[in-house]
Ligand binder design. Structure first.
Ligand code: ASP
Length: 582
């Protein structure tokens, strides 16, 4: 028997027991005729005392070990003189009488402590050591709990988990596919799924009624901070449902997770149309932890002789509560912020609402107190608040104001990561137009159904057609998205046509799905949650990497196993793949 207890469970009530523990030597301190070693395992840390008074040779043995040695000890549990209230085992220590080194260890390249001295790269290279740190492991435990609760809730709601294949054919969901050469079919390739979209729809045709899967998806996207080429979705599909049914079930799942994993009763999830989200927050995933809704100042701002406003398509203001006290320097910082190339505004106009209710703006020359009071009313600004105004082409100003709003939310401390404000965004446009080519793309994916009342616009005004699609947004993060699907062949064919597919291309790529629609496809719809993102949101972190056991770095590499890597010529030949010499 390697151990009688774990390193996380001994309490005062165990005093006097003889126990055996096994784990890693976390901290080693020697002092005079004593030595203390903290022994660590997944469950916690227990203090070991090596005391010459009990066994003359034991100190000598203890002195042979280094950090991260794997050790096994037997001894008596005793009440500690100086207790450590920070840890659950802090009342006791084990007075060691027997001691064994199970495996020595090299000195680790960084401290295996919550506060480590290891940089990102080093920690990723030795991720197995990084995962020994309690904070990192706790993230994995959270992820495990989440997965358990997802399965429990969905299974209790009659969903069945079905595995779909990983070696498939391309599904066009916007990103590039990862591909795998087929040795048995020279010159042909499998694609790794961007999502199991078509399979889950086929399962509905099969009559499975309610499907889910916690599933790896793969997207070969351009590198961006905190994107993973492989990531996990909670993928779901249901038959005989309308949007409201789906929102109900998955609001239920979200609520269940918050309740079980965090002990939080989530407020009811409000709904907002895409159009409103864009108008009032300038983005399709508004952070509702704070207000600062956009106010349209066009009517009030134009025609007063201020050229910047007069020549702009849109003038939009927000109210930053309590920020009238912002100094010149702070305002300059904000101006610099919006003028950064990533944001690209030409300038920032402000108006302070002073404590006495008067106004002080950067454009006092053009706007009198009366005019400024109109701004304040539109923005909902009170004495002590600061109004910030941007002007320019509508879509640009919305984007810029969105950035400024989020920045102000952060600066004013209104974005507490543990204050959760969920939102359904609905009625997305079905299609987006590529500015350069003029081609239409599916905003969600090509299987998304238009709203029935908009179908008649598909030919005449494709850009105006709304999709029966929805996103779940929490704190400005898109955690899930889905739609009611097209389930008849002719509508699906029209959709592909709109997207620029010839009938032959559509048949070659999606014939199997459209054929299936002719064999009794039920009305159906579904959703997928980004599981890594959901975990990071629950953990209060912005980095999904912290919630993935073995993540890739920002260049898409696994620096621990050193992947991707080159193949031998022999292997390449076998796969009929030739590689361009670089
Ligand atoms: N397959 C979609 C996605 O990956 C989700 C869905 O429509 O259910 O975003």
């Amino acid at each position: 028997m390697y151990r009688s207890h774990t390193c996380g469970e001994l309490k005062l009530a165990d005093a006097g027991k003889v126990v055996t523990l096994a784990g890693w030597a976390a901290r080693i301190r020697t002092m005079g005729g004593m030595a203390f070693i903290d022994i660590r395992d997944r469950y916690g840390i227990t203090q070991l005392a090596f005391n010459e008074g009990y066994d003359a040779g034991i100190l000598e043995q203890a002195s042979q070990i280094g950090r991260e040695f794997v050790i096994q000890v037997t001894g008596k549990v005793a009440e500690r003189e100086s207790k450590n209230p920070q840890i659950p085992t802090g009342d006791v220590e084990v007075i060691v009488t027997e001691f064994k080194i199970l495996n020595p260890a090299k000195t680790p390249p960084f401290l295996i402590e919550n506060e480590t001295d290891g940089g990102d790269d080093l920690r990723m290279q030795y991720r197995y050591l990084d995962l020994r740190r309690e904070v990192v492991r706790a993230n994995m435990v959270l992820r495990h709990k989440m997965a358990q609760e997802v399965r429990r809730y969905l299974s209790d709601s009659d969903f069945i988990e079905v595995e779909t294949p990983v070696l498939i054919k391309s599904t066009p969901e916007g990103a590039r596919d990862f591909v795998v050469p087929s040795r048995l079919n020279p010159g042909q390739f499998y694609a790794l799924p961007q999502s199991p979209q078509t399979f889950k729809q086929l399962l509905m045709v099969s009559g499975f009624d309610r499907y889910f899967q916690i599933v790896k998806c793969f997207r070969d996207e351009d590198l961006r901070a905190d994107r993973q080429p492989e990531f996990t979705q909670i993928d779901c599909e249901m038959s005989f449902v309308e949007r409201e049914d789906i929102l109900h079930v998955f609001e239920g799942l979200t609520r269940h997770l918050f309740q079980k994993v965090k002990g939080i009763d989530l407020p009811e999830v409000p709904m907002m149309s895409y159009a409103d989200a864009m108008q009032f927050y300038g983005c399709d995933k508004p952070d509702l932890r704070f207000d600062m809704r956009f106010a349209d100042l066009n009517d009030m701002a134009k025609g007063k002789g201020f050229g910047v406003f007069d020549n702009s398509e849109a003038v939009i203001g927000i109210c930053a509560p309590g920020a009238a006290s912002y100094t010149r320097k702070q305002l300059d910082e904000l101006t610099d912020f919006v003028k950064r190339p990533q944001i690209g505004a030409t300038g920032l106009i402000y108006c302070r609402v002073e404590a006495d209710g008067t106004f002080k703006s950067s454009v006092d020359k053009f706007f009198d107190q009366n005019a400024l009071s109109g701004w304040a009313a539109a923005c909902g600004a009170n004495p002590g608040d600061l109004i910030l105004v941007l002007a320019g082409p509508l879509n640009k100003v919305r984007k810029q104001m969105n950035e400024l709003r989020l920045e102000m939310g952060t600066r004013l401390g209104l974005r507490d990561p543990f204050n959760y404000k969920p939102l359904w965004v609905i009625d997305f446009p079905l299609l987006e137009q590529d500015e350069e080519s003029g081609r239409w793309h599916a905003m969600h994916h090509p299987f998304t159904s238009p709203l029935p009342e908009d179908i008649h616009l598909m030919q005449s005004d494709p850009g105006a057609v709304r999709a029966n699609a929805y996103d779940l947004v929490i704190n400005g993060v898109e955690v899930g998205g889905g739609s009611i699907r097209i389930h008849n062949r002719s509508l699906q064919e029209r959709m592909f046509e709109l997207l620029g597919f010839t009938p032959e291309q559509a048949r070659a790529q999606f014939g199997f799905l459209m054929d299936a629609f002719e064999y009794g496809a039920p009305p159906h719809g579904g959703i997928a949650f980004g599981f890594d993102r959901l975990c990071s949101l629950f953990g209060g972190s912005e980095t999904i990497r912290d919630y993935i056991a073995f993540p890739k770095n920002n260049a898409g590499r696994d620096v621990m196993i050193d992947a991707p890597s080159a193949l031998d010529q022999e292997q390449l030949d076998e796969l009929s793949v030739s590689v361009k010499q670089r």
